[in-house]
Design a protein around this ligand. Sequence first.
Ligand code: HEM
Length: 201
Amino acid sequence: MPRRRWAKLVVFPLCLSPACWLAWRAWNSNLTPNPIEYITHFTGDWTIRMIVATLAVTPLRRILHLPGLIRFRRMIGLFAFFYGCLHFATWFGLDKFFDMHEILGDFVKRRFIIAGLVAFLGMLPLAITSTAGWVRRMGGRRWQALHRLIYLSAASAVVHYYWLVKSDIRLPALYGSLVGLLLLYRLVWWLWNRRAAPAVP
Ligand code: HEM
């Protein structure tokens, strides 16, 4: 089997393992005394981790001179969306029980819910247009421009986390620094290439 296939066969189960772990704990009725809270936090944690991992692929492949890493970006990005869907569904279905009155009340009372929704909705067009067919249909430049939405999602996810914690801001601060660093890298890279590129008459 080619090495590329092998690598994907390792990364895919690795990304799926948190969901399997959660399913295993649910199967064994081992989701702590407050299962909904546990699932919400677990899926929220994995969504933000996957978003940061998606953003880290391009800098890592340049810094480590591993161009092949690019083929994992779409998979990790889709896993971020997958965990985001689980997270949102937990809140919508298990926590609020599809009660529109409660859901709308949450939007008004808890500002972190709005930031979470911006982060989640920002990922939706990226997941839809993640196929090669969409890249062809949109053209590379437009597709790339749309996929910069991931930065909006990442920033909103950090705000969501920062707004929801009560006192200990260490983790949101850590994710905020990572997203900030990755954004800065992207900006410096873009400025550097613009300077180095010959002027087009
Ligand atoms: C990309 C989208 C999102 C990301 C990355 C994200 C991430 C997170 C994280 C990291 C946490 C805290 C986990 C912990 O404390 O261990 C969390 C909690 C939570 N999130 Fe999200 N979230 C997203 C979208 C949403 C959406 C759309 C909703 C609902 C509309 C939502 C509702 C909640 C709730 C209710 C909590 C628990 C708050 C509490 O414990 O008081 N999240 N989320």
